[in-house]
Design a protein around this ligand. Structure first.
Ligand code: GSH
Length: 269
């Protein structure tokens, strides 16, 4: 792997993703949009020659050039007049344009990659609703279960406190999100006027909502297996959806590639 291109060497027409090296995290939802659209992007933190250390090795992570590149781009707003302010990774950028916040990024890319074409305003609102329910609510709450004592401290400082909160999310919250997604599939494919059974969450074709919901299911399978198995067993449309989206050739190729980071060891995030 070559060194990450310096600012002056970057192709201004190419998208860049800024997210922490070593883990999928929220960056994965954005990667999946680029991968499914087959749009080239530079995953800045993962493009350095130095292999990314384990996320749990805090010292090594902080000195990795990919980590520093993310800090510099996402948190140096005060001194930087090259792009609009950013709050936290993941962020995407192309030329002078940069934005953060995962549901907003996925909504933007949904339009940018043409997945919103032909959708009514109400259907586009339906896409945004799923993006925000999954990414803000379901993922945010899931992260809490792994950081119950101090939301801002690392998981490894609070491992012992986690089990009851993981149990609570798995038993009480995860099923609600699965039921919501199952109901969205039922509505789009069966109940709404003019519905045709196509297996997607909103409208007649793939949208960013499908990619985001799919990865949320995968993350739950990884981190909340016991409760995932129960909930997916009660959601036949969602089970079929998970298999169908995961079998899409571009996603399958991405998952088998070295562009795909490993699962985090600690949380939904
Ligand atoms: N609501 C934001 C949350 C962003 C966020 O919490 N990013 C994490 C990584 S997944 C982070 O590094 N936060 C650092 C910070 O908030 O200062 C989103 O959906 O993108």
């Amino acid at each position: 792997m070559a060194s990450a291109p310096q600012e002056s060497e970057r192709d201004p027409a190419m998208w860049r993703l800024y997210y922490w090296p070593s883990v999928k995290g929220r960056g994965e939802y954005v990667r999946l949009c680029f991968e499914e659209a087959a749009v080239p992007y530079l995953d800045v933190a993962r493009a350095f020659a130095a292999p990314a250390p384990s996320w749990t090795d805090e010292g090594a992570i902080r000195s990795h050039p990919g980590f520093k590149a993310v800090i510099e781009f996402c948190f140096a707003n005060a001194a930087d007049d090259t792009h609009a302010p950013l709050r936290a990774p993941p962020a995407v950028a192309r030329g002078w344009f940069a934005m953060c916040n995962t549901p907003a990024i996925c909504s933007y890319l949904n339009e940018e990659f043409g997945w919103g074409q032909g959708l009514t305003r109400e259907q586009k609102a339906g896409v945004d609703q799923i993006l925000s329910v999954v990414l803000s609510d379901a993922v945010g709450e899931g992260r809490l279960a792994f950081h119950p004592k101090d939301f801002y401290a690392s998981h490894k400082t609070q491992v012992d406190a986690c089990p009851p909160y993981i149990e609570q999310y798995g038993a009480k919250r995860l099923p609600k999100y699965f039921e919501f997604l199952e109901a969205a599939l039922r509505w789009n494919n069966e109940q709404r006027p003019g519905a045709e059974d196509n297996g997607f969450l909103v409208g007649p074709g793939l949208t960013a909502a499908d990619l985001v919901a799919w990865h949320y299911l995968c993350a739950c399978e990884q981190h909340f297996k016991k409760w995932y198995d129960d909930a997916i067993g009660n959601a036949p449309r969602l089970a079929a959806f998970k298999a169908a989206i995961g079998a899409r050739p571009r996603l399958a190729a991405y998952l088998a590639s070295d562009r795909c980071p490993p699962w985090d060891t600690d949380s939904l995030m």
